[in-house]
Design a protein. Structure first.
Length: 461
């Protein structure tokens, strides 16, 4: 499967459920490996907020993301729509801090995304297959969630609120291809006793009896109905015999359970990686969904870090030795910082440097307590990445590689004389017009000592 984005920008306008603010949300195409990001175009600096479970800051009445001084709330229906359409890359412009509630479902977002169309990109979509059962429980709320290994993505939700009207319900899908017809039109719901509490706490200012199912689970007096009518600026509010406020017809007999499934899909999309698993959830909610998502993300992070640790076999001949690297790179002693290339693929390379006390920089960089300078670790990583790019041209000796940018550099441990540094560089995006963007990680044994995102320009001398 290839990664996807949308063909052209498309906008949706409405009001935020809790703020009541008018908002226009614009879905924009994005390049491969971009992921889903929100951008607050109404704020100074137009901060970008990654749709990442680690950026969730509030779960009181929906899922709120915050990063770089910007915030966007009630993102779950938008995220569910993108996941349901299997769109990997999108930049979403927002001119307010809450997504539009529309009719309380995801169907209007699906409609907009279908109108603009889905575009296939060249990079492959990278799935994560759940390796073994992952559990999450909350005893107080009787929440139980499990992700089980499966070569597909299936979800089942069960809800039980001890309500004579709602009863016990369940909903499931066996493929995201069912999302549009079976799940996307299902609206959010709440109980009557929650309405006034929400309103008094300055929430649901954009709420309307047409964008939520209100479940009446007790006897309600006429004066309460009159009060609710005033609250929502309605001439009259009624209760249907099945216990639903106003004459709102359910789109499915188990619409509340289906909406909980919609929320679960949206919240789990914040993991940032499409997963293959069987998900079963009893009594889920945003807080539980996000906590469960963080637990899954931790498993993914651990699995990927262990998979990507390069294994060095000193008995195996290198792909390139120091002499061959010297012919390819413009760097020479003492600035040639890569001794061997161990492995190289189309989009990755693994290199090695033996760090000895004879390095010239140890004469001045703490002679009595020698530590390899962090900037030289990054330089060594970049040189290994340069070999990957220059190996694809006929005359590498006629090119220079020049730094353009270093992002997200982290130094996690010291590198000392006697260490063997192993670098892994992965292309984040295809090389275009001589510009390459790579993620570099440096290891000593199983330990990450440095990581950074590197951008360089390959230019002819």
């Amino acid at each position: 499967m290839k990664q996807t984005t949308i063909k052209k920008a498309v906008s949706v306008s409405g009001v935020g459920l809790h703020t009541g603010q008018e908002v226009t949300m614009t879905f924009n195409p994005a390049p491969e490996n971009h992921g889903i990001k929100f951008q607050r175009v109404d704020m100074p600096g137009k901060p970008i907020i990654d749709a990442d479970v680690d950026n969730v800051t509030d779960l009181s009445r929906g899922t709120t993301l915050e990063q770089n001084g910007g915030k966007v709330s009630t993102v779950e229906h938008v995220m569910a729509s993108l996941a349901g359409m299997e769109i990997d890359n999108c930049l979403i412009h927002m001119n307010a801090d809450e997504t539009p509630i529309m009719d309380g479902s995801a169907q209007y977002f699906i409609k907009a995304l279908k109108e603009t169309g889905v575009k296939e990109l060249s990079a492959e979509r990278e799935y994560f297959s759940i390796p073994s059962n992952i559990y999450y429980t909350e005893d107080e709320r009787q929440v139980e969630m499990i992700a089980m290994p499966l070569d597909d993505y299936r979800l089942t939700v069960m809800v039980d609120y001890n309500s004579p009207v709602l009863g016990s319900q369940h909903a499931s899908i066996t493929s995201l291809k069912e999302f549009e017809n079976e799940i996307s039109s299902c609206r959010t719901f709440c109980f009557l006793h929650e309405l006034e509490m929400l309103y008094n706490n300055n929430l649901i200012r954009g709420g309307d009896l047409n964008n939520a199912i209100v479940i009446v689970d007790r006897v309600i007096q006429d004066d309460e109905l009159e009060h609710l009518a005033k609250m929502f600026n309605k001439p009259k509010v009624e209760v249907k015999k099945e216990g639903i406020l106003n004459n709102v017809d359910l789109r499915f007999h188990n619409e509340p359970a289906r909406h909980k499934l919609l929320d679960l899909i949206g919240d789990l999309a914040l993991i940032g990686v499409p997963i293959k698993a069987q998900i079963m959830a009893a009594r889920p909610g945003h807080a539980a969904n996000v906590a469960f998502g963080k637990k899954i993300k931790a498993v993914i992070k651990k699995a990927r870090s262990s998979i990507n640790i390069p294994r060095y076999d000193p008995n195996k001949p290198p792909l390139y030795n120091t002499v061959e690297i010297s012919k390819m790179l413009p760097h020479k002693y003492p600035m040639l910082l890569v001794d061997k290339i161990l492995e190289m693929g189309k989009n990755h390379i693994i290199g090695l440097k033996n760090v000895t006390m004879n390095e010239p920089f140890f004469q001045g960089h703490f002679p009595n307590n020698p530590v390899m300078p962090g900037v030289l670790i990054i330089e060594a990583m970049a040189q290994a990445g340069g070999v990957l790019v220059l190996s694809q041209v006929d005359d590498p000796e006629n090119y220079n590689t020049l730094f353009m940018k270093i992002d997200n550099a982290k130094f996690k441990d010291k590198v000392l004389p006697g260490d063997t540094l192993v670098f892994r560089l992965d292309l984040i995006a295809p090389v275009r017009r001589g510009v390459c963007l790579m993620k570099g990680t440096a290891f000593v044994g199983d330990k990450i000592v440095c990581e950074a995102e590197l951008m360089a320009q390959v230019a002819k001398k």
